[in-house]
Design a protein around this ligand. Sequence first.
Ligand code: NAP
Length: 283
Amino acid sequence: MTKMIYGVLGHPAGHSLSPAMQNAAFRAQGIDAEYGVYDVAPEGLEDFLSNLPGKGIAGLNVTIPHKIKAKEFVEKHGILDAFAKKLGAINTIKVDDDGKLCGFNTDGPGFYRSLIEDLKFEPEGKTVFVLGSGGAAMAIVMYLGNGPKRIFIADVDKDKAAALKLHYDGYYDKSRLSIVDPADIGKYLGPNDLLVNATPIGMKDQDPSPVAKEVLPRGLRVYDLVYNRPATQLVKDAGSMKLHAVTGLGMLLYQGAIAFEIWTGAKAPVAVMKKALKEALKS
Ligand code: NAP
C-alpha cells in the first residue's frame, strides 16, 4: 500500500502545530501516512484544490485564510457536511475513494468536546458569554446553537458582532443571542455562567486580560481560546480566584482528533496527540 498523504493548508502555514500532533497520531496507530504543510496563497487555492487526488492527498486541515473559500469550492464540487454548511466554513477535507472532496468543520465539535472533558461544563440551559465575534466565535455559537439559555456576544467591532448575530438568528431562535458592549460585560456575568475569550488578546507576552479581574464572579467557568502559552492573564486571574479556567489547547487537540477520525475511521489517540502538541508548543 502506498503512503497516505495529509496536511494543513493555509497561508502562512509554517507555524502550525498540526503536523506534530497528526504525525504522532499516525505513528501511534501504525498508519503509514505523512502529514505536511501546504502554504498556498489565496490566488492559488482553486488550482490546488482542483487536483488533490492527483497529488496523492487523502485529507487536509484548512486554516486561515482559506476556511470560507475552501467551503465554497467543496460545496460546488464535492459534498459538504451539515454543520459546515450551516457555519459557512470548513477546516477539514477528506478525499473519498472516488476522488470526491468532502468538507467538514471540527472547530465547533472540538470546542464542545474540550468544554465537557477539560472544563466539565455542560452548556445546555446555561448562559454563555463570548468575547470576540470572528471565525472562532462563529464556530462556537453556531455549534452551541439552541443549547444555552442565553448567549451574549461582546466585540469591539460592532459590525462584526452584528453579522454574527444575523447569521445565528437565521438558524436559531430569535432573541437567544444578544450583543453587549465589552465594557459592560461585568454587569451581566453571573455564577455558573461560561466566559469564552475568542479574541487574540493573550497571545502576546505582555497582553493584559480582556476582562477586569474584579468583574469575574465566583463560580464562573473560563475558557480562553488562546493556546500558545500555558496560561494567559485571564486564566491566571481566574485561577487566583479559584475559578475553573482552561486555555484553548483542548479545542486545538479535539478539532484535530475529530479530523483524524474522519480521515482514518480509527479512534484518535488523544493522549499521544496532546503530548505531541505540548512538546511542539515548547519548541
Ligand atoms: P478574529 O477573526 O480576529 O476575531 C477576533 C475578534 O475579537 C475581532 O473582531 C476583534 O476585533 C475582536 N476583539 C479584539 N479585542 C477585543 C476586546 N478587547 N474585546 C472584544 N473584542 C475584541 O480571530 P479568530 O480567528 O476568531 O480567533 C480568535 C482567537 O481564538 C485567537 O486567539 C485564535 O488563536 C483563537 N483560536 C483558537 C482555536 C483553538 O483551537 N484553540 C481555534 C481558532 C481560534 P478587531 O478585529 O477590531 O480587533
